[in-house]
Design a protein around this ligand. Structure first.
Ligand code: NAD
Length: 439
């Protein structure tokens, strides 16, 4: 659960992420097709060759596994899983493992591609990867979940390692699952190797700040954009009051913004005079929802996205700002803490309406950047204080923000395209230096 450590400092709550499949008005677009479209846009801007374009979008290695898990009944069931290793030109592959009934290979390929892009934008020495198992974890007992986690790691153990590929939590996987996976890997290699996986509990080599790092990274990007646009802290609406959204509310509140609306899956609440996020969180912990918080009026989730505010923060699910919603957004800035909250056509509408958007691969990259800090601490065997981590996260995010902001100015494109341009340039440079592409 969330709790304050001291004013403005906040603690743990590993949370499941949500799948990233983009829907277009003419139907469901396969996530990997969407990734390919993003690459072809960049290819046009940077005048990339066919080889460069292909290299950016094609995974280096795809591992498909089918592995047995003994259920509590004694029956043995075969599960299918994947690990997609997209690009490792800048460092080991990096990306989460999701347990979800709808995991499919194209989605894992797209997510692995986006991880390569995100790590390059953040400027951390990682490539991108992603893993998944087709399973409904809610149907498994704790023992079965442990057996599944260990079974998955046994199959991919030859392909992962602190210098090869570093998994992490994602949808329906958490720090307990990372602990079992770490233990299985260390049993196989017969030595300690905490850097093989991130998102671990603090007691097994996790990092301070990781729990609120995603929100902190987004808040730092917002601070920098407001500085560039000469805007002062203003009114904020946040969709989603889970890990990312609630920490974002606390951080921005402590930075003198006025949080006028928040929402969760049960609906939204508004108070134009401002909400105290810590009190809203207490209410949510007591009642299961932000709805019903005293002094605030209830609104629908769509209403929250259309409120007249300075900053809108989607921090819930993918595909929330659709073509229709984009016309109603009444904010100066959108900060995408969620993965893929804006559909590609909505993106274009926001751009035409002059709304500034800090894209997910930049806005939520504070999370993977702090995973990088966790890995760096594991490799050194020396652990940092909360102030140490924050002191490194802030300049890292500022530098990533500046790279993206400057690229979007230079190429006269929106910040999402600017972010992909930055990432593609860094990855292609590393590929050229390695001799995998012509200089
Ligand atoms: P979470 O499960 O902790 O929180 C999700 C919140 O969204 C919950 O409050 C839920 O009630 C709410 N929600 C669900 N449907 C909603 C709806 N229709 N309208 C409004 N609210 C709704 O998840 P999280 O970890 O906070 O992740 C949120 C998003 O941020 C995801 O897209 C995730 O991929 C992304 N993200 C999170 C991290 C991280 O470190 N937590 C890192 C990178 C990206």
């Amino acid at each position: 659960m969330f709790r304050e450590q001291r004013p403005g400092k906040i603690t743990p709550a590993p949370a499941p992420h949500v799948p990233t499949v983009v829907e277009l008005p003419h139907g469901k677009l396969n996530a990997y097709e969407n990734a390919k479209k993003q690459v072809s846009k960049i290819a046009g801007i940077l005048k990339l060759t066919e080889n460069e374009t292909k290299l950016l979008v094609t995974p280096r290695r795809i591992i498909t596994i089918n592995f047995p898990v003994k259920l509590d009944s004694g029956r043995i069931k075969l599960f299918q899983g994947y690990r997609v290793q997209h690009n490792d030109s800048r460092g080991p592959f990096k990306g989460g493992i999701r347990f979800h009934p709808q995991v499919d290979l194209d989605e894992v390929k797209a997510l692995a591609f986006w991880m390569s892009m995100k790590c390059a934008v953040a400027g951390i020495p990682y490539g991108g990867g992603k893993g998944g198992v087709i399973v409904d974890p809610k149907q498994l007992s704790k023992d079965e979940l442990e057996a599944l986690s260990r079974g998955y790691i046994r199959e991919i153990a030859p392909f992962i390692g602190p210098d090869k590929d570093v998994p992490a939590p994602d949808v329906y996987t958490d720090s307990q699952i990372m602990s079992w996976m770490l233990d299985e890997y260390e049993t196989i290699v017969n030595h300690h190797a905490p850097g093989v996986i991130t998102g671990k509990p603090l007691d097994l080599g996790g990092s301070k700040v990781r729990d609120y790092a995603t929100a902190m990274g987004g808040a730092i990007c917002l601070r920098e954009l407001m500085k560039a646009l000469k805007l002062k802290p203003g009114k904020v609406a946040i969709q989603g009051f889970g890990n990312a959204g609630s920490f974002m509310a606390k951080i921005l509140h402590s930075w003198k913004h006025k949080i006028v609306a928040v929402s969760d899956s049960k609906g939204g609440i508004v108070n134009e005079r401002g909400l105290d996020p810590a009190e809203v969180l207490q209410h949510k912990e007591r009642t299961g929802s932000v709805v019903g918080f005293r002094g605030a009026r209830k609104v629908s989730n769509e209403d929250v996205l259309a409120l007249p505010v300075d900053v809108l923060v989607p921090a819930a699910l993918e595909n929330q700002i659709t073509h229709t919603v984009a016309h109603t957004v009444n904010a100066k800035i959108v900060v995408e803490l969620a993965n893929g909250p804006t559909t590609p056509d909505a993106d274009e509408i926001l751009r035409r309406r002059g709304i500034h958007l800090i894209p997910d691969i930049l806005a939520n990259s504070g999370g993977v950047s702090t995973s990088y800090f966790e890995w760096a601490q594991n490799l050194q065997g020396y652990y940092w204080t909360e102030a140490d981590v924050l002191g490194k996260l802030d300049p890292l995010m500022v530098s990533a923000f500046n790279d993206v902001f400057n690229a979007s100015k230079q190429h006269r494109v929106d910040m999402r395209t600017g972010a992909f341009v930055v990432a593609a340039q860094k990855i292609l440079k590393a590929e050229r230096l390695r001799g995998r592409l012509k200089q």
